[in-house]
Design a protein around this ligand. Structure first.
Ligand code: ATP
Ligand code: MG
Length: 575
C-alpha cells in the first residue's frame, strides 16, 4: 500500500472530547471517526486491526471445536419475554417497532436467540455437546458511552454459547474457553488475568473476566489480586480475610444513650471514644423501588453489586433522606438519617454482612434522633438478620485463599465467561432427550470477547507520547518504508525496491511516497504506530538504511537486503 493512496487523515490536535489515550490516539491516527455518541466508523486501518483480532479469535475458537454461525441483530420481543429479560434488561436494550407495531430489540447479546435455536434443532443427547459462536456488532444503549471503543454503544463482540448434557460437560466446555481466551489475548500481544466476577444481568453462578491490567484510569475495573498466590477478582466480587480488630465493646449493659450530632460513624466513634469496629452501621437502600436495610461493621464499606445480588434485585441505589424518613414513618419512628437501626423495623428486608456477626456489646442506631443503643448483643437485644457477603474487600487485607495479602490494580475487561447452567433453557423450555429417555434442559455456558474493546485495550497498554505501539500481531501493517525525501532518486529507488521485495514476501508494508517533509512522515509513522520503520536517508552513502523498532526505539543500520530479511524473519515469528 502506498501512503499517498491509503485512506488516512491524521490529526495533530488532541480531540477535545476524548478523555483516554486509546480514544485520542485512534482518532488522531485516523483509525476511526465518531458518528454519534458511542458509535464509530472504523476506517481502513482500524478495520485491518479488528479483522486480525477476529481471525485470531476464530482460529482459537475453532481449535477448541466451536463452530461459527451468524444470528440476526434484530430480535423479536417474544423471545425476550420467554426468558423474562424484556422486563428486567432496562434501558440498555435498544427497543424498536417494525411497521406493524411489533416490538423488537437490537441484540446486546444472544442468549435468547441461541436458546430458541437449540430448542428447535437439538433433540437428542447425541447432538451434544456443541459450542456455537458468532462475531457481530452488538448494540447496548450504555448510560455513559465513553472512552471511545472501550465503552461504545455499537461495538463488535464475539459471543459463544455451549450446550451440554450435564454440569461435568459444562465444566469441560468452560475450561476449553478459558484456555482459548488466554491464548487469544496472548496472540494479540496482551497478557490478561482471569479474575472471578459478578454474573450481573446475564445470570448464572460462576463467571470469570479476562482483564488487561493497566495503570491508566481507562481501566474501569478495580482488580484485587494476591501478592502470593494466583487469586484475583474484580472488586465487585473479591473476598478477603479482614485484618484483626476489636470486636467487643466496653459497654456491659445494653442501654440507650445520648449521642448528639453523631450522624456519621466517625462522629459517633469519636463521641463515645470507641473504635469504629464495634459499631454496627445501618444503610438504607432502594432495591427495585423497595427499601432495604444493609448492616455492616462500622469500619467497612458495602459493595453494591454484592448487595444487589444478595437482595436478588436488578437495580439498587442508596435511599434519599426523604425515602429514609418515609420508611421511619411507616414503622412508627421519626429518627433522622444517621440514627437508623434494625430494631423494630418491619416490612423491610434487612440483610447483614458477615462482618457484624461476631460483634459483642456493640453500638447500633435505635431509630431515635441523637441516640444509640450501646452494649447490644445479637439474639439478646436484636435478632441477627440473614447474613451475606456484601462487603467491599480492601487492599492490604488477607487473601481468601492463602496467607498472602491483597493488592489492587486497574483492569480493562476484554472477555467474560459464564456458567449459565439452566437459567435460559429452563425459562425458555429448551430441552433434549437424555440417554435415559427423559427430557432435560440444556446445561449452558456463554463466552464473550469485546473485539473492538480489545483493540482499544492494546492501545492503552502500548503507546507513548508520540502515538501507538501496536503489537506486530494486530498492527494494521507490519512496517512502513520511508524515503526521507521523495525528490531524492536514490532514496526513492532503494525504498521502492525494499517495498516490492517485502510485498512479494507477504510482509504487510506501506511505502510513504508522499511529497512531505521527513518530520511529517516520521510523526505519522509513530502516531499510526507501525511496529517497524525502514528509512532510506543519509546513510545510503554508506549503503545502509535505518531499521527502527517502534516498541523499544532501537535503531539499527542495515543494508537494504538485511533490512528486508529481518522484516521477513519478524513476520515469520507471528503465530
Ligand atoms: P461491562 O461490565 O464492561 O459493561 P459486560 O459485563 O456488560 O461488560 P459482557 O456482557 O460480558 O460485558 O460482554 C462481553 C464482552 O463484550 C465484555 O467482556 C467486553 O469486552 C465487551 N463489551 C461489553 N460492553 C461493551 C461496550 N459497551 N463497548 C465495548 N465492548 C463491550
Ligand atoms: Mg455492561
Amino acid at each position: 500500500m502506498k501512503m499517498s493512496s491509503l485512506f488516512v487523515q491524521t490529526l495533530r490536535e488532541v480531540p477535545s472530547d476524548a478523555e483516554v489515550v486509546s480514544h485520542q490516539l485512534l482518532l488522531r491516527g485516523g483509525y476511526m471517526r465518531k458518528l454519534a455518541g458511542g458509535i464509530y466508523t472504523y476506517l481502513p486501518l482500524m478495520w485491518r486491526v479488528l479483522k486480525k483480532i477476529e481471525n485470531i479469535v476464530r482460529e482459537e475458537m475453532d481449535k477448541e471445536g466451536a463452530q461459527e454461525l451468524l444470528m440476526p441483530i434484530v430480535q423479536p420481543k417474544e423471545l425476550w419475554e420467554q426468558s423474562g429479560r424484556w422486563a428486567v434488561y432496562g434501558k440498555e436494550l435498544m427497543r424498536l417497532q417494525d411497521r406493524h407495531g411489533k416490538e423488537m430489540a437490537l441484540g446486546p447479546t444472544h442468549e435468547e436467540v441461541i436458546t430458541a435455536l437449540a430448542r428447535d434443532e437439538i433433540r437428542s443427547y447425541r447432538q451434544l455437546p456443541v459450542n456455537l459462536y458468532q462475531i457481530q456488532n452488538k448494540f447496548r444503549d450504555e448510560i455513559r458511552p465513553r472512552f471511545g471503543l472501550l465503552r461504545g454503544r455499537e461495538f463488535i463482540m464475539k459471543d459463544a454459547y455451549s450446550f451440554d448434557v450435564d454440569e461435568a460437560g459444562l465444566d469441560v466446555a468452560y475450561e476449553k474457553m478459558a484456555r482459548a481466551y488466554t491464548k487469544i489475548f496472548l496472540r494479540c500481544g496482551l497478557e490478561t488475568r482471569m479474575v472471578r466476577s459478578d454474573s450481573g444481568a446475564i445470570g448464572g453462578s460462576v463467571s470469570h473476566e479476562f482483564m488487561v491490567l493497566t495503570k491508566t484510569d481507562s481501566g474501569e475495573n478495580d482488580v484485587l489480586y494476591c501478592d502470593k498466590c494466583s487469586y484475583a477478582a474484580n472488586s465487585n466480587n473479591a473476598t478477603s480475610k479482614m485484618l484483626p480488630a476489636e470486636l467487643t465493646g466496653r459497654f456491659e449493659k445494653a442501654e440507650i444513650v445520648d449521642t448528639p450530632h453523631t450522624r456519621t460513624i466517625e462522629e459517633l466513634a469519636e463521641f463515645l471514644k470507641i473504635p469504629s469496629t464495634i459499631i454496627c452501621k445501618a444503610l438504607v437502600y432502594i432495591a427495585d423501588s423497595k427499601p432495604a436495610i444493609a448492616l455492616i461493621r462500622g469500619d467497612q464499606n458495602v459493595e453494591e453489586i454484592k448487595l444487589q445480588n444478595a437482595l436478588g434485585a436488578n437495580e439498587i441505589r442508596i435511599a434519599t433522606s426523604e425515602e429514609i424518613l418515609e420508611l421511619m414513618n411507616k414503622n412508627g419512628f421519626s429518627a433522622e438519617p444517621g440514627f437508623i437501626g434494625p430494631k423494630g423495623m418491619k416490612n423491610v428486608r434487612i440483610v447483614a454482612d458477615f462482618s457484624v456477626k461476631d460483634l459483642k456489646n456493640f453500638v447500633v442506631g435505635i431509630n431515635q434522633t441523637d441516640k444509640h443503643l450501646v452494649g447490644a448483643n445479637w439474639g439478646v437485644d436484636i435478632d441477627l438478620p440473614e447474613l451475606f457477603d456484601i462487603r467491599l474487600a480492601q487492599v492490604g487485607e488477607g487473601c481468601p485463599e492463602c496467607d498472602g495479602h491483597l493488592m489492587i490494580t486497574k483492569g480493562i475487561e476484554v472477555g467474560n465467561i459464564f456458567k449459565l447452567g439452566t437459567k435460559y433453557s429452563k425459562a425458555m423450555n429448551a430441552t433434549f432427550t437424555a440417554e435415559d429417555g427423559k427430557e432435560k434442559p440444556f446445561i449452558m455456558g456463554c463466552y464473550g470477547i469485546g473485539i473492538s474493546r480489545t483493540a482499544a485495550a492494546a492501545v492503552e497498554r502500548y503507546h507513548d507520547e508520540h502515538g501507538i505501539k501496536w503489537p506486530v500481531q494486530i498492527a494494521p501493517y507490519h512496517v512502513v518504508v520511508v524515503p526521507v525525501s521523495d525528490q531524492d532518486e536514490q532514496q526513492m529507488s532503494v525504498a521502492s525496491d525494499i517495498y516490492e521485495k517485502l510485498q512479494k514476501a507477504g510482509v504487510e508494508v506501506v511505502l510513504d511516497d508522499r511529497p512531505e517533509r521527513a518530520g511529517v512522515k516520521f510523526k505519522d509513522a509513530d502516531l499510526i504506530g507501525f511496529p517497524y520503520r525502514i528509512t532510506a536517508g543519509k546513510t545510503l552513502s554508506e549503503g545502509l538504511v535505518e531499521f527502527k523498532i517502534r516498541e523499544t526505539g532501537e535503531v539499527m543500520k542495515l543494508t537494504p537486503d538485511e533490512a528486508v530479511e529481518k522484516m521477513i524473519e519478524v513476520v515469520k515469528t507471528i503465530s
